[in-house]
Design a protein around this ligand. Structure first.
Ligand code: PLP
Length: 376
């Protein structure tokens, strides 16, 4: 067999070893996937689009109506002004991230990641030959350490990636912190790729702010977002990208020469989803309820430290007080019947485990019962 290209050499697999579906007897606290059915209006629309024969090639960016709906949605919910021409609907937010990385870096360029962060960023950057530079966030609250960010910038740095609310830490950066990141980006002429997929899952009393909302930010920010998390549409694979016109021209070229577009029958379903505010709000009430059950339950277990749950549906739990490493803790939890993720699998995650509270409420109760009978 001929050799596989070297770009895959040593590529990390992130959380994958701990995300394998276990037997049915195991409680799963691992998957970043809403424990809700996709709202009925969305499913019904996809089905009727299929039945109407909307199964052929279509517009690369997504239908004009869908791109307009994305622009309207961003303006209404996040105060972000864009035009339908500058919206690209992608097969999942992941694909939008890949295009953003291709647009903002060349092989050998550096991209700053605020670590710990979602494992796929590092692998995607490595696949395209860019260099991920993991800059640790503050360990007390997982918010940016500006001294560390400034110190990490070199003449090869081209981009800084933000993910607020954050997977895996749940941190939601304050408006002042976003402003300072924009200031740094302006000072060093950097791109910002802002992964806002959890933007509606903000449990703090300050608003989610996009760098595109800050003066000087819009012209250097690529916003990535999508339907997976807030509309429980993970398997429908729809995300979007928006940003400055020149960058969007490049993004559209990238998609038209690779994925072409999202499935035609999903275009109308994704448009309908953007007006399903009731479901988004209902899910949010449930996530907050589940987060509270988890937080209160973990607080009863000695040796575990949990901070405020600021956003997304992840708890990032310090397990060092148990005397175990995070891997020992995760393996012990698995034996006790609970699957969770040891964060030393990613940069700067040592000593922590990630728990998703997107799971059903009963799954959270049962996991807590099992951890308590193991540890108390
Ligand atoms: C931070 C972050 N960005 C992007 C994604 C990918 O989203 P999508 O399902 O739209 O590709 C995820 C999924 O877990 C995520 O956690």
């Amino acid at each position: 067999m001929p050799k596989i290209s070297t770009r895959y050499d040593g590529l990390g697999v992130g959380f994958a070893p701990y995300l394998q579906p276990p037997g049915p007897e195991i409680v799963r606290w691992t998957v970043g996937e809403p424990g809700f059915d996709t709202p009925k209006e969305i499913v019904d629309t996809a089905i009727s689009e299929l039945k109407a024969g909307n199964t052929k090639y279509n517009r690369c960016q997504g239908s004009v109506a869908l791109c307009q709906a994305v622009a309207d949605y961003l303006s209404k919910h996040h105060g972000i002004e864009t035009t339908p021409e500058n919206v690209l609907v992608t097969p999942g937010a992941k694909q939008a991230l890949l295009y953003s990385f291709m647009i903002t870096t060349m092989p050998g360029d550096e991209a700053i990641l605020l670590a710990p962060c979602w494992a796929s960023y590092e692998s995607m950057l490595e696949i395209i030959g860019a260099i991920p530079v993991n800059v640790p966030v503050r360990k007390d609250n997982f918010h940016p350490d500006f001294g560390a960010i400034r110190a990490a910038i070199t003449n090869k740095t081209k981009m800084i990636l933000l993910n607020s609310p954050c997977n895996p830490t749940g941190a939601v950066f304050t408006p002042d912190e976003i402003e300072e990141i924009v200031e740094i980006a302006v000072e060093h002429d950097l791109w910002i790729v802002s992964d806002e997929i959890y933007a509606r899952l903000n449990w703090t009393d300050y608003p989610h702010v996009s760098p595109a909302n800050i003066p000087g930010g819009a012209e250097r920010t690529l916003i990535v977002n999508g339907w997976s998390k807030s509309w429980a549409m993970t398997g429908m694979r729809v995300g979007f990208l928006t940003g400055p016109a020149a960058a969007m021209k490049a993004a559209i070229k990238t998609q038209s020469n690779s994925a072409s577009h999202i499935p035609t029958f999903m275009m109308e379903a994704a448009r309908v989803a953007l007006s399903c505010d009731n479901s988004v709000e209902l899910f949010n009430v449930e996530y907050q309820k589940r987060g509270k059950i988890l937080k209160d339950g973990l607080a009863e277990i000695p040796g575990l430290r949990v901070g405020d749950f600021e956003g997304a549906f992840y708890a990032f739990v310090d397990v060092t007080g148990t005397g175990m490493t995070d891997k020992e803790f995760a393996d012990g939890a698995m034996e006790a019947g609970v699957q969770l993720i040891p964060a030393s699998l990613i940069a700067e995650g040592e000593g922590f485990v990630r728990i998703s509270y997107a799971a059903d409420e009963e799954v959270i109760h049962e996991g807590l019962r099992r951890l308590k009978s193991w540890l108390l």
